[in-house]
Write a protein that binds this ligand. Structure first.
Ligand code: NAI
Ligand code: ISE
Length: 336
């Protein structure tokens, strides 16, 4: 067991810097010792977030460094695979932000490398599983109180998105969270998916936004997903599972309701950083604790792979208008 976990961070943009703050301020048994970013300014800014952070030129150098016990990858999805394969080869525990990589094939290569090691070393950042409200939904389903789940409805709305958010990111960057939760709450892999674009939000530039997905699971349950990423009024995450004899939904997130002049109102949170702060805190703390003991828990490379397969299929469906069948193969035993 490592006494104080020394963490190297690859990719020090928005969430990379937030995780560095989290480790520095909230986790006494871990410390950030190294950073690297292709954008030197971001790396310098991140290095000022704690004492004694060394800046490395490349991910390869950071992963090989003696003062790095474990690696936190927060670069863009397309850069994840290369860093993961290096960290797996070095035998260092990894936390990789979602998505695991940028295609089913890339995720497959990651799985093959981890399976060759014979044990899990990677956790992927599907943090909704650590959110108290989603956890309570899952516990309600597992208690049997509402009977067998039949349909999951998910609504994922962002007020707006950054300039680099382009192409199919409404699926590959955003809908992936809903796919994760569908697999988790309905306890099944996905059989097929259909995605339909609706009338475009004029605030969304050329993006396909909003989108609706209908997902059929292997166990015959269903999930519907709305993704709207330029909804203006705030960050709004809704979810409901309808079951054989009851239902369970996420509550609103406002802590108070104001009643005044014949109306009542409550705050709507602005973005994902605020809505899921507790989930990120628990997720990173649990990762660091497991990594200190040389392993990992939480969402696995298999989860990242299965979600990416659905994401690829959903993009195909949005392009063609067809229902797209999934074929992800058997789950290797290290993930069972
Ligand atoms: P960002 O654009 O703010 O930061 C990404 C950073 O990675 C940039 O500084 C960029 O220069 C750097 N980078 C890109 N390629 C690199 C490479 N090959 N080596 C080193 N650095 C590289 O993006 P943001 O919002 O921080 O997102 C990063 C990742 O985190 C994405 O995969 C995103 O999907 C995920 N994310 C997850 C969230 C969640 O809710 N779990 C929330 C926000 C982001
Ligand atoms: C972002 O990358 C996230 O992961 C957020 O949780 C999600 O709501 C947002 O749409 C993504 O762009």
């Amino acid at each position: 067991m490592v006494k104080i976990l020394k963490v190297g961070v690859i990719g020090t943009g928005m969430i990379g810097q937030d995780h560095i703050r989290r480790i520095t301020d909230l986790i006494p048994s871990a410390v950030v010792t190294a950073v690297t970013d292709t954008n030197a300014d971001n790396a310098k800014q991140a290095a000022r977030k704690a004492a004694d952070i060394k800046i490395f030129e490349t991910a390869e150098q950071l992963i090989a460094a003696d003062n790095v016990d474990a690696v936190l990858i927060c670069s863009w999805g397309g850069a994840h695979e290369a860093a993961i394969l290096l960290a797996l080869a070095a035998g260092k525990p990894i936390f990789c932000e979602k998505p695991l990589a940028d295609s089913q094939a890339a995720c497959q290569r990651i799985i093959e490398a981890e399976v060759k090691l014979g044990k899990r070393l990677l956790q992927v950042g599907y943090m909704r599983r650590y959110d108290p409200a989603y956890k309570a939904m899952k516990a309600t389903i597992d208690s049997g109180k509402i009977g067998a789940p039949l349909i999951f409805h998910s609504v994922h709305r962002n007020a707006g998105v950054p300039d680099h958010y382009k192409g199919d990111m409404a699926i590959s960057d955003t809908m992936v969270h809903d796919i994760d939760v569908a697999r988790w709450l309905l306890d099944s892999e996905v059989a097929r998916v259909r995605v339909v674009g609706a009338k475009k939000n004029t605030r969304g530039g050329g993006l396909r936004d909003p989108l609706m997905a209908l997902i059929e699971m292997d166990n015959k349950t269903l999930a519907s997903v709305e993704v709207s990423v330029n909804i203006d009024y705030g960050y709004d995450i809704q979810g409901e599972v309808s079951a054989e004899k009851g239902s369970v939904s996420l509550g609103e997130t406002n802590k108070i309701i104001v009643k005044s002049q014949g109306q009542f109102s409550g705050e709507i949170l602005a973005d994902w950083m605020l809505r899921f702060v507790e989930a990120y805190d628990v997720e990173i703390a649990m990762w660091a604790e497991a990594a200190r003991h040389g392993g990992v828990t939480g969402p696995s490379a298999w989860d990242g792979y299965a979600i990416q397969a659905v994401s690829d299929a959903a993009i195909k469906s949005a392009d063609s208008g067809d229902v797209v069948e999934l074929n992800i193969g058997d789950k290797p035993s290290i993930y069972v």
